[in-house]
Design a protein around this ligand. Structure first.
Ligand code: PLP
Length: 393
């Protein structure tokens, strides 16, 4: 029989992320089920207003999920056939797919080796007369260098669509993420900071974007008298462009609103656990802990360590497996988007973003979510120390 080098450090499996639903969340959902509206009722506007207030922005538009919200943002930004959009390879596929939905062409700029976010210095070299927008991603919850990116955008008349799926509650130079870029997207998928089951939101200070987003979310249809070309009766509406059904339900919005009340507590717990990880790992030479930018305050969606593989006798695969054997639900975020077969078939080659490609090789995501306990955090630390100790050169 194979010797089990890595017995469990805990009796149950610890996932890398998980929602935290409490009785008041359940009660909020049930209340909607008993009400007159299941979808696009009063709960949608309430959720939108709460999020807009939280991030300190004028407008917010809820969507059925974050990906649909990104699609809406690309539409509002006017991205269409042949337009180029500069983004990062170190993200989830949705950040890039949304450009393709509008017929645009994603252009990858490499990442900063410390923050893993898109490197503003790499953006300018990618700008052509076809460039329309930039989609920076606040990877792991750490805000991108917005001042620098917005300056480039202004100079070249580009729209900035910030993918803040990881960054609800993060701040940049004292301002909440969501209030700074032209359009900002949040996701309420269960692993994100707060959940509505599925759900997404765009925040913006631009009224025209706001109105276009509302119409895009519902088939391109409007009933707004100021917008109608004709007027044929009180039942009259017009479909003025091709939109989608990307509406969020009131059921989801009620859950989201209930969760939002607890966001600050959730983030505080995440920060506390990050502190514990950082302290435990700071003297382990085989591990690089996350870099913290002085201009930004991360909301800590993910805690990613990087293995210094030169100092280890094992591959990332072996270390990943060893941690899984110990009941620690490690993960990898993300396979660079241009590695995906679909993007390879579009002609994106490996080698176009050497920093992202190299750093990806050593990345492992450790469990981090507010409903885990300090004991859970200690079990992760124990497993990491044991595994690294075993494979130390
Ligand atoms: C989760 C996520 C999305 C998509 O959000 P959904 O709500 O799952 O559609 C987009 N970008 C990033 C970086 C994400 O992590």
């Amino acid at each position: 029989m194979l010797e089990n080098k890595f017995p469990h450090v805990r009796p149950t499996y610890l996932p890398y992320g998980r929602q935290w639903i409490e009785e008041e969340d359940i009660a909020a959902v049930i209340k909607v089920l008993r009400s007159d509206y299941l979808t696009t009722g009063p709960k949608i506007e309430e959720f939108e207003q709460e999020v807009a207030q939280y991030v300190d922005t004028k407008y917010a538009v809820a969507f059925s999920n974050g990906t649909a919200a990104l699609h809406g943002a690309c539409f509002a930004a006017g991205i269409s056939d042949g337009d180029e959009v500069i983004t990062t390879p170190m993200t989830f596929a949705a950040s890039v797919n949304c450009v393709l939905y509008q017929g645009g062409k994603p252009v990858f700029a490499d990442i900063d080796t410390r923050t893993y976010n898109i490197d503003p210095k790499k953006i300018e070299g990618k700008i052509t007369n076809k460039t329309k927008a930039i989609i920076p991603v606040d990877f792991t919850g750490q805000p991108v260098e917005l001042d620098h990116i917005l300056k480039i955008a202004k100079k070249h008349h580009l729209v900035v669509i910030e993918d803040a799926a990881h960054a609800l509650g993060a701040t940049y130079k004292g301002n909440k993420v969501g209030s700074i870029s032209d359009l900002t997207m949040f996701s309420f998928h269960p692993v994100k900071h707060i959940t509505s089951g599925e759900g997404g939101m765009i925040t913006t200070n631009n009224k025209e974007y706001y109105e276009n987003l509302l119409q895009f979310r519902s088939h391109g249809i409007t009933r707004d008298k100021d917008k109608l070309k004709g007027n044929h009766g009180p039942w009259y509406y017009e479909m003025q462009f091709l939109g989608y059904n990307y509406r969020m339900t009131d059921i989801q919005a009620a859950l989201g609103t209930s969760q939002l009340k607890k966001l600050n507590k959730f983030i505080e717990l995440r920060r506390k656990y990050v502190q514990m990880y950082n302290e435990a790992f700071q003297h382990i030479d085989e591990i690089v802990t996350p870099f913290q930018h002085e201009d930004g305050d991360s909301s800590w969606h993910l805690y990613i360590i990087r293995l210094n593989l030169d100092k280890l006798t094992a591959s990332r695969m072996e270390i990943f497996d060893a941690l899984q054997q110990q009941n620690i639900g490690v993960n990898v975020h993300y396979i660079p988007v241009h590695y995906q077969p679909y993007y390879q078939n579009l002609g994106y080659k490996k080698g176009i973003c050497p920093h992202a490609e190299k750093l990806f090789e050593g990345m492992i995501t450790l469990p981090l979510f507010p409903s885990m306990s300090e004991k859970d955090v200690h079990s992760v630390i124990e497993a990491i120390k044991r595994t690294i100790g075993y494979y130390r050169k």
